[in-house]
Design a protein around this ligand. Structure first.
Ligand code: NAP
Length: 263
């Protein structure tokens, strides 16, 4: 992969665009002078050696590949990619709409997540038929700088994974929040509860990462132990834990599909 390739990130001043920019610079995939970023209101202080502009067409014109990272509500944007590779990380927006709006058949839809900030995103992606073998290699290289990627078979998979992995980092936080509220309600000092819960959640991630086991097997191991953990798991499941997760993921999937239909 050539470090002389020019990457332009539209919305590069935002949360995800900035995280991806940081990863591709840290990895050396591109040199700072070959990275361009656009912003809308105030130029961020990050990446001082890269090119910053508010002019998205100028950014597209100077880039070999354009990464589109504005919020879906701020799209469509008016820039002509003139056949260049466009990689969108926007939730919901479909390949056909990207291709039509930006005048290129080389379009990719990817869905990283907030863990890109720490190099741990899971990023599923799909490319249109005209995306070349070299384009696909570049997409992999970009998203491997900030985590793990998978090319998936259909846009429907992306819509589903928008909820499962795109929103995913929020779910352990949701569990942590419920655990902490229970602890505080039972009289534990908030600071102790916060340290206990945060340590448990981050350590559980490390354990999963180390073993790379199927989560079902991990849960079964705890159930087989027949101790306090099994009592808690059975209680949570009886109270509707699995159904609540399925309902949430289903609503996220529907929202992603409806965002695409509206665009
Ligand atoms: N954050 C995540 O975890 C996550 C996960 C998966 C997918 N995504 C997708 O990633 C995209 C970006 O999300 P985000 O969380 O990074 O949002 P964000 O922090 O709001 O970033 C979006 C950026 O786009 C900029 N922008 C808006 N209109 C622009 C324009 N016309 N020209 C140049 N820049 C413009 C905004 O600039 P101003 O601040 O100046 O308005 C903002 O900095 C969204 O489509 C979202 O669906 C995000």
């Amino acid at each position: 992969m050539s470090v002389s390739m020019r990457i332009g990130i539209i919305g590069g001043g935002g949360w995800l665009g900035g995280a991806i920019a940081g990863s591709i610079l840290d990895s050396g995939l591109v040199n700072p002078e070959n990275l361009g970023l656009s912003y809308r209101n105030e130029q961020p202080r990050r990446f001082p050696n890269s090119f910053w502009t508010t002019d998205n067409q100028a950014l597209a014109d100077r880039s070999d590949v354009i990464l589109l990272s504005v919020r879906p509500d701020d799209w469509p944007l008016a820039f002509d990619a003139s056949g260049r590779l466009v990689i969108s990380v926007m939730a919901g927006i479909r390949l056909a709409a990207l291709s039509e709006r930006h005048k290129t058949c080389r379009v990719v839809r990817a869905l990283p997540n907030a863990a890109a900030e720490v190099g741990k995103s899971y990023t599923p992606w799909i490319g249109a038929n005209d995306v070349t073998r070299d384009d696909r290699a570049l997409v992999r290289a970009i998203f491997e700088t900030c985590g793990i990627e998978d090319e998936v078979a259909s846009e429907s998979d992306i819509d589903y994974l928008t909820g499962l992995s795109g929103s995913g980092p929020a779910f352990p936080a949701l569990l942590a929040s419920a655990m902490m509220r229970d602890a505080v309600a039972r009289g534990l000092p908030a600071e102790v509860a916060r340290r206990a819960v945060n340590t448990v959640i981050s350590a559980a991630g490390r354990l999963l990462e180390r073993g790379n086991e199927c989560p079902d097997d991990v849960v079964q191991t705890f159930l087989d132990y027949r101790g306090t953990t099994a009592a808690a798991i059975e209680g949570m499941r009886t109270a509707g834990f699995d159904a609540a997760v399925a309902e949430g993921l289903s609503l996220a999937f529907k929202k992603s599909v409806s965002m695409g239909a509206a665009s």
